[in-house]
Design a protein around this ligand. Sequence first.
Ligand code: HEM
Length: 184
Amino acid sequence: MEAADFINLLSRWGHILPAVILVGGAIFMNLVLIPALKTSDDAAEVKGRIKRVWAFVIMICAGIIIVSGFYNVYIVFKADPKPSPIYHAAFTVKLILVGIVFYVSSLLTGHSEVAIKFQEQEAKWGKLNMIAAILVVLCAGVMKVAPRIPRNTPTSDAIQSEVQPPANQSEQIPVGQINSTDQG
Ligand code: HEM
């Protein structure tokens, strides 16, 4: 295994592990924890403690995901074959969704005035966050299987010019002759 392969593997692990924690955490909170705490007497105190720890976990995971994500981008976009338009589309949607996930997650766990106001509807925003996080993983799946285009493929123009007869061959039929047959 070469050093570059080892770095690629580290970057892959560094992308997948925090992604699993972030997306799995969002699913667990929305489907298990928040519904369970609805019936609990000391819900506010438990939620407060969970949010403090979760905010820290999100910060670490987001940092590692962003660094490894940009490294992945560097590897994928310099490679031959290069990404296709489907890849670009999935990547653009993924980045928008990632922005939403990071922003909503920070508000759901924050302590600022805006964050506290936002948390009044935490069930709604939590669900939206969970759906966006799942869609991010689905987009990553599309990127993985999207077709790639070899960089040195001749363009259609180049192919066209290859099948054109050489200039001296086309000169073999005088224009006058063609016109005279056309006129009958
Ligand atoms: C919530 C945030 C994110 C999640 C949950 C996530 C999830 C994933 C997953 C599951 C994969 C597949 C990994 C594999 O098969 O090796 C992946 C690949 C990738 N991610 Fe992310 N990602 C996130 C953020 C980002 C960001 C911020 C970037 C770019 C700055 C990024 C760029 C990439 C790239 C380029 C790939 C490689 C896709 C390929 O060609 O196979 N990701 N991501």
